[in-house]
Design a binder for this molecule. Sequence first.
Ligand code: SF4
Length: 156
Amino acid sequence: MNPFAKLLAIARRKSPWIYTVNSGSCNGCDIEIGPCISPRYDGEQIGMLRQGSPKHADILVVTGTLTRRSRQAVLDIYAQMPSPKAVVAIGSCPASGNVFAGSPSIDGPLDKYIPVDVWVSGCPPRPQLIIAGVAQAAQLLADGATADQKRTLKSC
Ligand code: SF4
């Protein structure tokens, strides 16, 4: 790895900027994301920062089961994020629909539409687990191992 690539890898690992989207959550998982940036859990120790625009984020953090109404918004937000990027799915809902499974409003699982790099289980997961999931995604970005990075490599 050349020195510039090494520097980029360190930067990606140490400054995961996230953009959060609620794709149909009950709000339980979203409530757990807020404290991740608080002094108590201190996600900033790993460089984790919330961004107001997907264009400034490295990691898309998705909460909730994917509903039919939110599907296009999630796809648009994912498309707006610059590569390389990662996706972290929070809670049981994005994977299985959880308590909403079987509803005609549901269109998941999330990875039917966008590649998911890290699944954080729980209903809801604790802030420590969410921070660990974001750190794992940042490490994948540094290693060039996210689904987005692998797809880019294949198409070269
Ligand atoms: S995983 Fe649980 S807390 Fe999180 S959005 Fe689903 S039902 Fe709510």
